[in-house]
Design a protein around this ligand. Structure first.
Ligand SMILES: [Zn+2]
Length: 413
């Protein structure tokens, strides 16, 4: 027995006026999702807990069966791992942005005009050679990833994730001094390192030839690096070790890739997978079907639904759900449902009205050879609430799936 778990990021939603009181999922034409609902067992799920809006990282930890509230140790390390870097226990990683500041260190553009990869990579190369004077016994690794995004990893003794961000989070405000968020020496030490890096990086960047060229072309110079999202690698047992399965992940989002890699899943790359509405849906479905040959469990993640929600675009969200439906059609036609379980859900609700993650439960369906089929005929937030799974927690999902795969152990005699 094998399983595919499809996670549509932020797909669940609330009723929307523009869609005549339906949610985007309810409004979408989705023959395959409805077929899966008809043949499967449905329910709703609180990824973390009722009313608690999950981040995509904590949600993914919960959906992989971990106690997210206990094991979560910040976002930065997942981003770094998902970008192909290695983060060792004890190291602290940060999400970074190349940004533009004026002479008063006021942020003018948090993305430095969405700087091109080549420019960002040249700047990152120079920053990697920068020397710290005030702080010793720490090494750093700095790497640009996509456009303005970059990752910083600190290696050394006494490092902490309990530090504030230098990123003010919006334009028109000054770059923040990083502060220790607790009284530990490690937090104070880490804040000191970041404040020095911020200054040293600014010195290197403001005179850099890439930036001089950008100014000449009237592009915003990438003259500062903003730090946020401190994180360490959590101490978790990998999925293959817990359940004895070979597991793979298909996702274009570095954060999700990082969580899955940390949980012991193999990362599968798909050409044209972008993490955006224009992603290669069919290519991802083909990769999932192919991955089933060597994997017992395949997690297929689609980011686009969350992107449309954050953009407050219900029509786009409906279109994306319809593309996901077609993608599921390909999977249904190409896997053997006598030996394969297929589960579809979202990692959280993202409202197209608020543009935020919300704490409402998400719909879930599982189909496969031995599920107790219920009477639900449509896949939606409200229809699934009447299904046979009732209301489960995010961390219940993995044991339920792994039980179908005969990979859970009996409790007691
Ligand atoms: Zn998410």
């Amino acid at each position: 027995m094998k399983a595919i778990l499809v996670i549509c990021d932020g797909m669940a939603d609330r009723p929307v006026k523009e869609l005549k009181g339906k949610t985007p999922l309810e409004a979408a034409h989705k023959p395959y999702l409805n077929k899966i609902a008809k043949t499967g067992i449905c329910g709703i799920m609180d990824t973390i807990a009722p009313g608690i809006p999950p981040g995509s990282d904590t949600a993914m930890l919960a959906l992989l069966g971990y106690d997210a509230l206990k094991v979560y140790s910040g976002r930065g390390a997942f981003e770094a791992v998902g970008s192909g870097l290695k983060v060792l226990p004890g190291e602290v990683a940060f999400r970074c942005n190349f940004a533009t500041v004026n002479d008063d260190m006021v942020v003018l553009d948090r993305r430095a005009g969405r700087i091109r990869n080549e420019d960002a990579s040249k700047l990152a190369g120079s920053l990697q050679k920068a020397k710290l004077k005030k702080v010793t016994n720490v090494d750093f690794l700095f790497k640009s990833t996509l456009q303005h995004r970059a990752v910083l990893i600190l290696r050394g003794e006494k490092l902490s994730t309990a530090v504030s961000a230098s990123d003010p989070g919006k334009t028109g405000e000054r770059v923040q001094t990083v502060k220790a968020l607790d009284n530990s020496l490690a937090a104070k030490h880490t804040a000191k390192i970041l404040n020095e890096l911020s200054k040293v990086f600014h010195e290197v960047l403001k005179n850099h030839k890439v930036n001089k060229e950008r100014v000449r072309k009237e592009l915003p110079p990438a003259n500062i690096v903003l730090f946020r999202g401190a994180g360490k690698i959590p101490k978790i047992s990998p999925i293959p070790q817990i359940y004895g399965v070979e597991a793979s992940c298909i996702s274009a989002a570095p954060l999700i890739r990082g969580v899955c890699k940390t949980a012991g899943l193999n990362l599968i790359d798909v050409e044209g997978a972008t993490g955006m509405p224009d992603t290669n849906y069919k290519g991802k479905a083909q990769a999932a079907v192919k991955a089933l040959k060597n994997s017992d469990f395949v997690l297929l993640h689609i980011k686009a639904t969350d992107v449309a929600s954050h953009d407050k675009n219900p029509k786009l969200k409906v279109q994306i759900i319809e593309k996901i439906d077609a993608m599921l059609g390909y999977i249904l036609e190409n896997v053997d449902l006598n030996i394969t379980y297929l589960a579809i859900t979202a990692d959280h609700t993202t409202s197209v009205v608020t543009g935020n993650h919300e704490g409402d439960p998400v719909p879930i369906v599982i189909t496969g050879p031995y599920v107790r089929r219920d009477d639900i005929k449509e896949f939606g937030e409200r229809s699934c609430a009447k299904g046979g799974l009732n209301r489960i927690k995010g961390s219940d999902l993995m044991p339920i799936l792994m039980n179908f795969l005969r990979r859970t152990k009996k409790v007691g005699a």
